[in-house]
Design a protein around this ligand. Sequence first.
Ligand code: NAD
Ligand code: UGA
Length: 321
Amino acid sequence: MRFLVTGAAGFIGSHICERLLDLKCEVIGIDSFTDFYSRKVKKSNLEKLRENFNFSFIHENLMTVDLFSVLPGVDYVIHLAAQAGVRSSWGKDFKTYSDFNILVTQKLLEISKNFNLKKFVFASSSSVYGDSAALPMTEGDILRPSSPYGVSKLAAENLVTLYNKNFGVPTISLRFFTVYGPRQRPDMAFHRFIRSILRNEKIEVYGDGEQTRDFTYVSDIVDAVIAAAQSDAVGEIVNIGGGSTITLNKAIKIIEKGIGKKAEIEYLGVQRGDVPHTKANIKKAKKLFEYSPKVKLPEGIINEINWLKGDNLLCRSAQNF
Ligand code: NAD
Ligand code: UGA
């Protein structure tokens, strides 16, 4: 089985590639090392992968790469490459969100329709829901994204559905809910909090810390992506949550316990684009491909702490991200 993984050098992409190689699949990774965070971090995400002769890497931007030369022989496309980040999607940076999230997805779908793929898995996001009136968030809910990032992911998700309906591309869109664990992106809350506490620096909490998130451990996301790819489900949109919905304040307490040190917290204003609460209804994922998250928050947080402790990323200053 040959997989094409876009965004292979990123947080989630590198974990998915590793698991696929463990399963003896052939993996082609594409990544352009966008400058959202340090390319050194992305290169280190690829280190283990590069040792495997079943892994090949294309260092190119999907906007310009000749996909007609990449797709022949590919069975599965796992499309993760995107400009992530909710709070940074305002203003002039939206061009990057629209280029990398919308245009790139349309290009990939347009070319994919010419090939006999077994599945096209798209990494969608809980951010498509916005400030949902009802919790848990369920796939059929009305979607009103609260951030330009959410708008770009929803546009891409709609394109994915259109290419399934009109051209029979065998798609599935997975709405990931706040993913954490080793290699988490350096702009995300747990990474920032753990790194700052380890370095005796204060942490910044946006709002009163009573917002809730359905935090999802990265290996559960990997399980879901692979199960969805192999399932018979086609043309579907499916939530992937972690089953650990908790307030940020409570999550900080778990981090403090895991590190054995109290955090110095500065509470700042609510950031534009942030939603107050997320919680995934995961019944559909369970029904379609027996998804069931396994990693509980305290265990997952310890894994992320240990990763950051062992990583020389700690020596770098925050500005390098
Ligand atoms: P990430 O930034 O770590 O990984 C994305 C990778 O894609 C990066 O390495 C980047 O260099 C690459 N990339 C971006 N645009 C590209 C382009 N045009 N050409 C080639 N490479 C390109 O992000 P992540 O957290 O691993 O997220 C992966 C996917 O999951 C994204 O689609 C994101 O929207 C989605 N998602 C993530 C989360 C989360 O909590 N991390 C939650 C919901 C959805
Ligand atoms: C995350 C990812 O960053 C998005 O790429 C993804 O699409 C989204 O999940 C999703 O679920 O769809 P977010 O929930 O904002 O977005 O994740 P974090 O960056 O970990 O933030 C979690 C909470 O902590 C937010 O309320 C945020 O405002 C807060 N936060 C973050 C802080 O209080 N301080 C910080 O330094 C960082």
